[in-house]
Design a protein around this ligand. Structure first.
Ligand SMILES: *[C@@H]1O[C@H](CO)[C@@H](O)[C@H](O)[C@H]1NC(C)=O
Ligand SMILES: *[C@@H]1O[C@H](CO)[C@@H](O)[C@H](O)[C@H]1NC(C)=O
Ligand SMILES: *[C@@H]1O[C@H](CO)[C@@H](O)[C@H](O)[C@H]1NC(C)=O
Ligand SMILES: *[C@@H]1O[C@H](CO)[C@@H](O)[C@H](O)[C@H]1NC(C)=O
Ligand SMILES: *[C@@H]1O[C@H](CO)[C@@H](O)[C@H](O)[C@H]1NC(C)=O
Ligand SMILES: *[C@@H]1O[C@H](CO)[C@@H](O)[C@H](O)[C@H]1NC(C)=O
Ligand SMILES: *[C@@H]1O[C@H](CO)[C@@H](O)[C@H](O)[C@H]1NC(C)=O
Length: 436
């Protein structure tokens, strides 16, 4: 019934409007867990149910984490059901099917997500949904799916776009100023990417999901291509603004830098997605884990945990459970994210994958104040200072009650500015409250 309402609503509205749904799904950025960064292709129903039960036992559900998402490799390779043309869940790794897992996840009061691609095959070579959008959306709805991550692999040559689009995704050596100097065949000035084949591939699935009789959050994953930020608000609830994350600081820093220029696209119902969290993975330092989570939370991207929850350390878990950052992220009054107010290490507006903007602020109804973040992009310990007169939300006052978001400690009435010594790649997060 909800989906029918959505179809009706959508067809009446101009395309600039987002996927607004009566039940509120997609208004705020999603929170949950996904199998890929933890297990890659080595996924099965046991691992999914372990993640689901841990989300409850570790207190993550109580903080708002609700989606348990199965990524690539859940199906039988190379074939669809000859009668129904549906994708076939792998009977050995998902013996109760996807619907069986969905029932158990729902019984725990959680929601379940699945994965496909806007191509003929997924990134790992499994059947994907291009040309089968209605069949797959109907199957997902019948199985009880609540969330679809929709990737960009397996695109046949007759579905590739006429022009290339620059996603400045590489290292600083390749594009120090956010351009793609070696890219061939760019679109002419003024080209409308909402007329591209990429746009068609994703809107087909949007329409199939809206017609499927169940609310399914639509998580677009076209890696920032086809100028997705300019049209995705009317296509999906979130959209990847860059290529894949990995558990190393160089990559996380690159994405943070790139996304810092997309903050005007963040709002209710639409969220640029800097990709799933790597907290707990690889050899990131504790400061790096902290800064990663804090930046992802204040940019209001989806917070999708990507580590094995049955082996997570208390330190990593505490980062994922930071109540101040989660409250900022889930603000029901302010849809906008934090924005950089000063780059710090670099002059303002410098595109530098190794040194993203270091000073951020944003308003918060849930914290009843302003969130201020300071980041040290250098590879050595350094001091960073938040000066109240520089923070846009604080114009007019010179002394505020301040709380440190990592320790929860009240720092008292702080006059003019607050300085911190930060280890390499660490971030300080302050809640700047009432004037005093
Ligand atoms: C294909 O779908 C039919 C009808 O639902 C079902 O009876 C059959 O078992 C399915 N085959 C496979 C291989 O899943
Ligand atoms: C999933 O993998 C784990 C670890 O390899 C294994 O213990 C478990 O039995 C597997 N479950 C299924 C349903 O394949
Ligand atoms: C690509 O080819 C397939 C199969 O011939 C066809 O169904 C599809 O419509 C074509 N795509 C485009 C964008 O023309
Ligand atoms: C930097 O940007 C300018 C245009 O603003 C461009 O001409 C130049 O090629 C870019 N440099 C690199 C290395 O991308
Ligand atoms: C996306 O659409 C929603 C609903 O129409 C709107 O509230 C929001 O501001 C839009 N986001 C942006 C960044 O324009
Ligand atoms: C650990 O970090 C180093 C750089 O400090 C990097 O070269 C290496 O690949 C990382 N290892 C893993 C497992 O991420
Ligand atoms: C530290 O940063 C400097 C300046 O950005 C850079 O030249 C140097 O290679 C970095 N050292 C390490 C170990 O990353």
């Amino acid at each position: 019934m909800l989906a029918h309402l959505s179809v009706a609503v959508l067809s009446l509205l101009p395309t600039a409007d987002a996927l607004v749904r009566k039940d509120g799904v997609g208004r705020l950025p999603a929170m949950g867990w996904n199998s890929w960064n933890a297990f890659g292709c080595d996924v099965n129903s046991t691992k999914i149910m372990t993640a689901a039960t841990e989300m409850i036992q570790l207190g993550l559900k109580d903080l708002g984490y609700q989606y348990v998402n199965i990524d690539d490799c859940w199906s039988v390779k190379g074939t669809r059901n000859a009668t129904t043309h549906r994708i076939i869940p792998n009977p050995s790794t998902f013996p109760q099917g996807i619907s069986g897992v969905a029932k158990q996840v729902h019984r725990l009061g959680l929601k379940i997500g699945i994965y496909s691609s806007a191509g003929e095959t997924t990134c790992a070579g499994y059947p994907a949904s291009l040309g089968y959008e209605k069949i797959d959306a109907a199957a997902f709805a019948e199985w009880g799916i609540d969330y679809l991550k929709y990737d960009n692999c397996g695109v046949p040559s007759n579905w590739t776009d006429q022009y290339n689009f620059c996603v400045p995704d590489g290292t600083s050596a390749q594009n120090p100023n956010g351009t793609c100097p070696t890219m061939t065949n760019p679109a002419p000035a003024g080209y409308n990417w909402a007329t591209s084949k990429t746009h068609t591939r994703y809107t087909r699935m949007r329409d199939a999901l809206l017609g499927a009789g169940r609310t399914i959050l639509f998580s677009l994953c076209d890696w920032g291509n086809a100028d997705v930020n300019t049209w995705a608000n009317s296509t999906g609830n979130s959209w990847r603004m860059a290529g894949d994350i990995s558990a190393d600081w160089t990559r996380i820093s690159e994405i943070a830098n790139e996304n810092s220029f997309k903050m005007n696209y963040v709002g209710f119902w639409g969220h640029p997605d800097p990709d799933m969290l790597e907290v707990g993975n690889g050899n990131l330092t504790i400061p790096e884990n902290r800064a990663h989570f804090a930046l992802w939370a204040i940019m209001k991207g989806p917070l999708i945990i990507g580590t094995a929850l049955n082996t997570i350390s208390t330190t990593h878990l505490d980062i994922l459970k930071n109540k101040y950052l989660i409250q900022f992220h889930q603000d029901p009054v302010y849809g906008r994210s934090a924005h950089p107010y000063k780059w710090g290490y670099n002059p303002d507006w410098t595109f530098d994958p190794a040194h993203p903007a270091e000073y951020w602020s944003g308003p918060s109804s849930t914290l009843d104040g302003t969130l201020v973040l300071m980041y040290n992009s250098e590879n050595q310990t350094a001091t960073r200072t938040a000066t109240w007169s520089e923070v846009p939300e604080l114009k007019g006052g010179n002394a505020y009650q301040v709380t440190d978001a990592w320790s929860g400690k009240h720092l008292g009435c702080v006059k003019d500015s607050h300085s911190v010594q930060l280890e390499s790649h660490d971030a300080a997060v302050l809640v700047v409250g009432h004037r005093c």
